[in-house]
Design a protein around this ligand. Structure first.
Ligand code: NAG
Ligand code: NAG
Ligand code: NAG
Length: 225
C-alpha cells in the first residue's frame, strides 16, 4: 500500500466522519419538493418528504405576516417569526429561510447558535448591538468578540455555528431580519438549554462549570425554567 493511498484514505475517512458536524443543507435533487404537512413525516437525511409535485400550489411558496411583530416573550423581551420549512413547505431541500425578530427596549436575543446556518442580520428599525464569539485557536479558554452597533439598513454577518447575541440598546423597539442558508436553522438557546434541561444537569457540574455556588445555581434554574 503506497503512502499516498494511505493518506488519501485517511483524509476521506476524516472528511466523512466529520461531515455530519460541519454539514450544510444538501442540494436538491428535484425542481420542487414541497414538504407534506405532517409532523411525523421527517426523513433525517434531507428534510421532509416531498408531496407529489402535481399537488403543489403557489401557497406552498408563500408566507404572509412578516409585516407584523410576534409577541415578545417576557424573560428576554424578543419575538421571532420564522419563515422556514415548517411555515413555508416549499422551502424543503432549498437551504434557505428568513426570520423576523422584534426586540423590546433593552430586549436581548440571548446567547445562542445555529449549528447548520450562517446568518445575515439586516436591521429594519431601531438600533441593536450584535456580536459573535470566535474561539482562539491557540487557547480554547479564550475568545475574540466581533461586534457592531447596527442601524436601519446595516447588515452584519454571523458565521455558522458561532455563539452570538443581539441586544436592543435603545429605549424604543427594534426589528431585524435574519436570513439563513438552511431551511430549518434550529436555534440552540444556550442559557435555557443548560439551566432548564430535562432531566436537570447535576448541581455540582453546573457549580463547577460556571464557578458558582449552589444557591446561585438554584437561582439560575428558577429564572430559566
Ligand atoms: C400585514 O399584512 C397582511 C397581509 O397583507 C395584512 O392583512 C395586514 O393588515 C398587515 N398588517 C399590518 C399591521 O400592516
Ligand atoms: C399544517 O397543519 C397544521 C394542522 O392541521 C396547521 O395548523 C398548519 O397551519 C399547517 N401548516 C402549513 C404550513 O400549512
Ligand atoms: C453564594 O454566592 C453569593 C454571591 O456571591 C453569596 O452572596 C452567597 O452568600 C453564597 N452562598 C453560599 C451558600 O456560599
Amino acid at each position: 500500500m503506497s503512502m499516498w493511498w494511505f493518506i488519501t484514505t485517511l483524509a476521506i475517512i476524516a472528511f466523512i466522519s466529520n461531515s455530519p458536524v460541519y454539514a450544510y443543507d444538501n442540494n436538491p435533487l428535484q425542481d420542487i419538493c414541497v414538504a407534506v404537512n405532517d409532523s411525523h413525516a421527517s426523513v433525517f437525511v434531507n428534510g421532509k418528504i416531498c408531496k407529489d409535485p402535481k399537488l403543489a400550489t403557489a401557497d406552498d411558496f408563500f408566507f404572509s405576516g412578516l409585516n407584523v411583530s410576534g409577541n415578545p416573550e417576557t424573560l428576554f423581551g424578543f419575538a421571532a417569526t420564522r419563515v422556514d420549512v415548517t411555515t413555508m413547505p416549499g422551502l424543503n431541500t432549498l437551504g434557505i429561510s428568513i426570520v423576523r425578530a422584534d426586540l423590546e427596549p433593552q430586549g436581548l436575543v440571548p446567547f445562542h447558535t445555529h449549528l447548520l446556518a450562517t446568518a445575515l442580520i439586516t436591521v429594519l428599525e431601531g438600533t441593536v448591538y450584535a456580536g459573535f464569539l470566535v474561539p482562539d485557536p491557540a487557547n480554547f479558554f479564550k475568545s475574540r468578540l466581533f461586534s457592531k452597533i447596527l442601524n436601519p439598513g446595516d447588515v452584519f454577518l454571523i458565521p455558522q455555528g458561532l455563539i452570538r447575541f443581539v441586544y436592543n440598546v435603545e429605549h424604543k423597539k427594534a426589528t431585524f431580519l435574519a436570513s439563513f442558508n438552511s431551511q430549518n436553522p434550529e436555534a440552540i438557546m444556550i442559557p435555557s438549554l443548560i439551566f432548564a434541561s430535562e432531566p436537570p444537569i447535576m448541581d455540582d457540574i453546573l457549580a463547577k462549570g460556571f464557578q458558582l455556588n449552589k444557591s446561585e445555581i438554584a437561582e439560575l434554574r428558577k429564572k430559566f425554567s
